[in-house]
Ligand binder design. Structure first.
Ligand code: GLV
Length: 319
């Protein structure tokens, strides 16, 4: 069985995979798309990173391919419909990403609301000249506020529990409404997208990216939000129209944002660097030693389970 990995990450999480099969891994770098297209024809399994495009051309170059095992919960980098049509299964790693991503979303909410990194920049820059002002660094409280969660899957639910522990009310919008039992357990209320925009003090984006969610947060959406609202995105960049967000942040249409993902190649547009009311992190949602190890194990288990049938595989069944 031949396995090709597009990345070299957390080898200790892949020990079992390396012991069982013939695995090709780049050495301390990523394989390029062109390199993978050139090699893939003799491989049975492809282990891809979330930013590696697995498109029609690559799949067409892979007559032996049976499984694409993505190192991520999100799989918008893969042409899933085409893979499935060609009889190639797709798997992802939902469980290990839940806690770290929900924790980061909460962290960005608190940071943006209390202006933590803004104050950090200020105090480093001004040092002794910084006036310890009683009013100059006024933030806002998360306790007692309404969090609107867009996308109530596993990460949305984990964030909901954390927000509740901080004394927030939670409303949500999702493709499908949760069951009454789930809503009661989480103590959340389903609302329309328009109501989510109008009623939330904080909005956290936790939905998958697809053609249906492209730019769902656009100029019109920002105008429908409270001018005191804070927007958090730890999902995928293109759910937000980033230039429209820059304008909204500049013109006080909304108060602030906390962004871990970005529209263009996951790198912020220059204008965002100039704004104080935005917290930026470079797609670190799952970047903890613990979760990166667990994600590697999950990819490894997906591949072994698919081949041997001896353990559960997290299959992606559609888009
Ligand atoms: C990370 O972005 C993931 O989708 O797991």
């Amino acid at each position: 069985m031949k396995v090709l990995m597009t990345y070299d990450m957390y080898r200790e999480g892949f020990t079992e995979l390396f012991e069982r099969y013939d695995v090709t891994v780049p050495n301390k770098r990523d394989f390029t798309y062109e390199e993978v297209c050139g090699m893939i024809s003799s491989y049975d399994v492809l282990c891809s990173m979330f930013n590696f495009p697995v498109d029609k051309k690559l799949i067409d170059n892979a007559p032996k391919l049976r499984l694409i095992a993505n190192y991520a919960v999100g799989y918008n980098n893969i042409d899933v419909a085409y893979a499935l049509e060609k009889g190639v299964a797709v798997a992802n790693t939902p469980d290990p990403v839940i806690a770290p991503t929900a924790n980061l979303a909460l962290g960005l909410m608190i940071d943006a609301a209390r202006r933590i990194t803004e104050c950090d920049r200020k105090i480093r820059h001004l040092r002794k000249n910084m006036k310890i002002s009683v009013l100059g660094n006024m933030g806002s409280q998360i306790t007692g506020k309404t969090l609107g969660i867009f996308g109530m899957g596993r990460i949305g639910k984990a964030l909901c529990k954390r927000a509740k522990a901080c004394g927030m009310d939670v409303i949500y919008h999702n493709r499908r409404q949760l069951t009454l039992e789930e809503e009661t357990k989480l103590n959340v209320t389903y609302v329309s997208f328009d109501d989510l925009l109008a009623q939330s003090d904080f909005i956290s984006v936790n939905a998958p990216y697809s053609s249906q969610t492209h730019h769902i947060f656009d100029e019109k959406a920002f105008k429908a939000m409270k001018s005191s609202a804070i927007l958090i995105n730890t999902a995928r960049g293109p759910l937000i129209d980033e230039y429209a967000l820059v304008n909204s942040l500049k013109n006080n249409v909304i108060r602030a944002a906390g962004l871990d993902v970005f529209e263009f190649n996951d790198f912020p547009v220059d204008e965002l660097f100039e704004l104080e009311n935005v917290v930026l992190t470079p797609h670190i949602g799952t970047q903890t030693k613990e979760s990166r190890y667990e994600m590697a194990k999950a990819v490894s288990d997906n591949v072994i389970g698919f081949i041997e049938g001896d353990r559960k595989v997290s299959f992606v069944t559609g888009i």
